[in-house]
Design a protein. Sequence first.
Length: 488
Amino acid sequence: MTTSTFKDTNLLTFAHTIPDPNSSATALLSRWSDTLVSSPPALIAVPDTEQDVVSAITFARSNNLVVLPVAGGHGSAVPITSRTLYLDLRNFNAIELDNLNDQVVVGGGVLTGQLIRHLADEGYFTSVVNSNAVGVVGGLLGGGNTSVNGIVGWMADSAVSFRIVTAAGDVLDVGGSSSSSESEERALFNALCGVGHGLCVVLRATMRVYPLSSLGLSPTSSQDPTPSIWNRTVILPLDAIDSAVNTFLAFAPPPEPMNMILAFSRGPPGTPMAGTPILVLTCTYYGPAREAEASPAGASLRRPSLVSKALKTDTVQIPFPGVNAYTEPLNAHGGLKTMFAARLARVSPQALKDAYARYVAETGRYPDASRSAVMFHSSNPRKSTELGATPEHAGKFLEARNRGINVLGVLWCQELATQEALAVFYDETLAKLQKADEEDGLPPRTFPGAMKFLPGRRDLLSEEKLAELDRLHAKWNGDGLFWNPYKA
């Protein structure tokens, strides 16, 4: 489509670009992953106001374009085509703290790191994902697996309301006290809390916040009073897989303030372990350091039989604003990246060992896949399960709340052939990791923020919930104006 074929260009009274269709899409758009970028978008729009968003939607409908709202650009399963209207929400970056109601209003373009720092400066926190570069709203719409799951639940559990623009161009407030429990707006709000991608444009979200003082965090040091998180990391070699797996599973689930992570990785460039297969055990504690040290899980990471095998160990107090610093290397843009995820109630030790053996073999076979990783995050599911049984949260589109282990695979390479080969490894590995749940009669479940959207819809929700999601898309996105990742 060329500039001359566009209709209603008078609607675009704000910043926008009509790319040359022959230009390089990856050079034009800086995205976390270059996967599914087949061509430059038809138009890049950078709205400043609600009315600008309404105008962009009207323009898209007039020109048969598909609207794709974007904040952090970390959706690895989001396609860019010549029919995409790329709606860049970077200017919707306001953060407004409401101390009286313990809430924060977050603009649709705010990134996670910005929100963490802003709230910490004011003495608050909320549930956010573990990457500073991910858009807050994008994480929220996918349910939001976080390091405070055990304390306040998933991100969607902290959602209060959304201000949105619908495919019809209407500006609505949904959730909170503005939508009755029986209304279509309430049904839309519940879907936005878990599978919200593609239903509308979210201009801003209101979320609950919680006092940092409620965590009882220790100061960073005797010289620095900044509240901090206790962290213990043990890096182990390939042949310590038994110790790593046994330590991880011995404390599943961990205490509510604690997260235990087991990662399959290769040593990063520039380090003595560069390219070498390693195992990383990381434990964080959102409470007093003395409690973390005294807990059985914390003590297990210091026991001599484990430490004697380690390539490196470290115990630090992480200043709260820097809680996501450890994931910064994973935030680099470019390359072919795909994410695979599952929620697990139980996983067998042998399945973990088999997964690591195959990870080592596959990433060794393809040199450009050395930055691929598999991470297992264990947290206590009690709080999320309790919230899911309350009238306020029962309707939200979050399932498998009682599963405390989340596995996330990041396939990161440069060559398409490598991506295709490793995709088979990740798919087959996930199926084996889910075997224990299958034996217990539990259906496979993923989470939308990191799912491989198509295929895989069947692993997202129950058939009843999927039918309701289809109904909501028919009502709110009936003509397919917004890209719908959940389409059957």
